[in-house]
Design a protein around this ligand. Structure first.
Ligand SMILES: N[C@@H](CCC(=O)N[C@@H](CS)C(=O)NCC(=O)O)C(=O)O
Length: 206
């Protein structure tokens, strides 16, 4: 039996829930983190000493780090579909996962928290403005890639689409000014057609 821990409104948890839903793997979902607590329980810390979400247990196998979990699900349950067998194709998809963490996560967090999470007194408009510009520039790179192929993983949805696919929902639904991103917007429309994406990712932002 597969168990997934993590509050569903976390981008990192969404990746994992969306991937499991795409693959049709049955799982139990336990809310954890934020107001749900759980992450400081000794049993949870024994699984994930970081005290962060998501974390999964598949049989006896425990794994944390959302991108690693998406790769694990794809390799175990979606070999040849979500997990490209062609090595350069897989590496190209991998690249978008790593890039989402190394380049997008921090500026995106500044946008998201200043628009969605912070109270009016907490908002930092200078930081928001700067982060919006950075994210707009980064998503132009995504837009250019999606001008060449329908998905970040190639001709079909794959591991490379999950992290930025989760950001795309917030990016296109937040009340912000966005640069023109026609190919990224068309990809987002394609994602919105997927029941798994709607179920796991398109939940209220607040
Ligand atoms: N690099 C980790 C980051 C995990 C992370 O920072 N998770 C956040 C939620 S997005 C968390 O657990 N925050 C504390 C909490 O929710 O209690 C991953 O991708 O899994």
């Amino acid at each position: 039996m597969l168990t997934i821990w993590g509050r569903g409104n976390s981008t990192n948890v969404k990746k994992v829930l969306w991937c499991a839903e795409e693959l049709g793997v049955p799982f139990e979902h336990i809310n954890a983190g934020g107001s749900f607590g759980v992450v400081n329980d000794p049993e949870y810390r024994a699984m994930n000493p970081n005290g962060l979400v998501p974390c999964i247990k598949d049989g006896d196998f425990v794994l944390w780090e959302s991108n690693a979990i998406v790769r694990y699900f794809a390799a175990k349950y979606g070999d040849g579909t979500l997990y490209p067998r062609d090595v350069p194709e897989r590496a190209s998809a991998d690249k978008w996962m790593d890039w989402a963490t190394s380049s997008v996560a921090l500026p995106f967090r500044d946008v998201f928290w200043n628009i969605v999470r912070f109270s009016p007194e907490q908002k930092d408009m200078a930081a928001l403005d700067k982060a919006l510009k950075i994210c707009g520039g980064l998503f132009k790179i995504v837009d250019a890639a999606l001008a060449q192929k329908p998905f970040l993983s190639g001709d079909q949805l794959g591991i490379g689409d999950f992290p930025i696919g989760c950001y795309a929902y917030a990016w296109f639904e937040m009340p912000i000014e966005r640069p023109a991103l026609p190919h990224m917007a068309a990809w987002y429309e394609r994602l919105k057609e997927r029941p798994a994406y709607r179920k796991a990712v398109m939940i209220p932002l607040t």
